[in-house]
Design a protein around this ligand. Structure first.
Ligand code: NAP
Length: 372
């Protein structure tokens, strides 16, 4: 029986992974063992079958008995444990939601609806490390992978509107705390229908600028504001999040020569859906109907939203998409700059296609392969 070790199943990405695996009835055909850095000996998650008590996620003896290890624990854990395990001679499959091994030559970034061919070639050639991509990059490729597949993109920019969840559970809580703080401070003025809006506005601003406003995690207001900076600085002037757009996209697709991609990544007050506005320079002038056809037919989750107000408001927002695997793409039109300049907008749940779903799917691909 295939043995699969799960680490990081308690965290935000890990618990969404467990939810999805349960919903898809994935817990069959292998023996799951759960490990933790803090819950050893305790009861594991309810996955509908008997499982042993939680193991120590640092125990190399235990880890080396696994055929597959799935970790959503984070880069620190991977950097500490992975080299020791490989150096001990372990030859199993390592599936990871963290970025630690993403850019290694020995790994493949997984997004099988878009790069199944790259994954299959990697499996056949003996690759053993399969890593989930950056959430923004994965969501962008779920939306417009078809345009890449048809080699239509000369270059593109992605201007992002990224949710709090990308920064972790604490940031999601802090966003709600910021919203509450603003709501609480303005409650009395809002209760009076004739209060001047300038007073409400001043009250909101004073709250956001006060020392009590909760900004421990974001370091700035996001509710009622935004932060045009995500992750660490790079020498290029990009943030690391912006750098990933080019580096990871081209690694996922193994494009040669690489397609130039850049943009500005912005944190906004959404909970768990990232949105992106893209400008694409096409290699040739092709009709809008053909473009929408290519986008719509590239995978079963992408959904073209007609470029009208009613459908846009109904389908193309974090509020409409959260908790679903649908990746809507709308506002598709040619820019008045010229016929080869395309503009579109997309939204996706960053905890699903941006994190847990590609990991769940590569796990099943590998289990099926091992079962022969
Ligand atoms: P997280 O929620 O902070 O969970 C990580 C670990 O923290 C858990 O597995 C758990 O490990 C421990 N933990 C401590 N206290 C906990 C508590 N009260 N509840 C649950 N877990 C607790 O991390 P995450 O946001 O899921 O991210 C995991 C990895 O995925 C990171 O490398 C991240 O960069 C990557 N990733 C995240 C996203 C995202 O949107 N957040 C997207 C793609 C990739 P023990 O059981 O060992 O204590």
């Amino acid at each position: 029986m295939i043995k699969a070790g799960f680490i990081g199943w308690r965290g935000m990405v890990g618990s969404i992974l467990m939810e999805r695996m349960l919903a898809e009835k994935d817990f069959k055909g292998f023996e799951p063992v759960f490990a933790s850095t803090s819950q050893m000996g305790q009861k594991g998650p309810d996955v509908g079958i008997d499982i042993p008590p939680v193991k120590d996620a640092h125990d190399l003896d235990f880890l080396s008995q696994m055929d597959i290890i799935v970790t959503c624990q984070g880069s620190g854990y991977t950097k500490e444990v992975y080299p020791k395990l490989r150096n001990s001679g372990w030859k199993g499959y390592w599936i990871d939601a963290s970025s630690a091994l993403r850019m290694e030559d020995s790994s493949i970034i997984v997004l099988d609806p878009v790069n199944r061919k790259v994954i299959d070639q990697g499996l056949s050639s003996g690759i053993k490390d399969f890593i989930g991509g950056n959430c923004t990059v994965s969501l962008m490729l779920m939306a417009i992978g078809g345009l890449f597949e048809h080699q239509l993109i000369e270059w593109m920019t992605s201007m992002t509107y990224q949710a709090a969840s990308g920064a972790g559970a604490k940031n999601m809580r802090e966003l709600v705390a910021q919203m509450s703080s603003i709501g609480d401070s303005a409650r009395e003025l809002m209760g009076d229908p004739v209060s001047a809006i300038t007073l409400v506005d001043r009250c909101v601003l004073e709250t956001m600028q006060s020392d009590d406003f909760p900004t421990e995690n974001f370091l700035a207001p996001v509710a009622g504001s935004l932060i045009p900076w995500i992750d660490s600085p790079m020498e290029s002037g990009q943030t690391r999040e912006e750098w990933k757009g080019f580096a990871e996209t081209n690694k996922i697709l193994q494009t040669e020569p690489p397609v130039p991609i850049d943009g500005i990544c912005v944190r906004i007050g959404a909970m768990r859906c990232h949105s992106q506005a893209m400008t694409i320079k096409l290699k040739k002038d092709i009709a809008l109907d053909d473009i929408t056809g290519i986008i719509q037919n590239s995978n079963q989750w992408v959904k073209v939203v007609p470029n009208d107000r009613e459908q846009t408001l109904k389908c193309l927002s974090p509020a409409a998409v959260t908790g679903t695997l649908t990746v809507p793409v709308g506002r598709i039109r040619k820019l008045n700059i010229g016929p080869r300049y395309l503009s579109l907008f997309t939204v996706g749940d960053q905890l699903l296609w941006g994190a847990a779903e590609p990991v769940r799917r590569i796990f099943n691909i590998i289990v099926d392969r091992l079962k022969g």
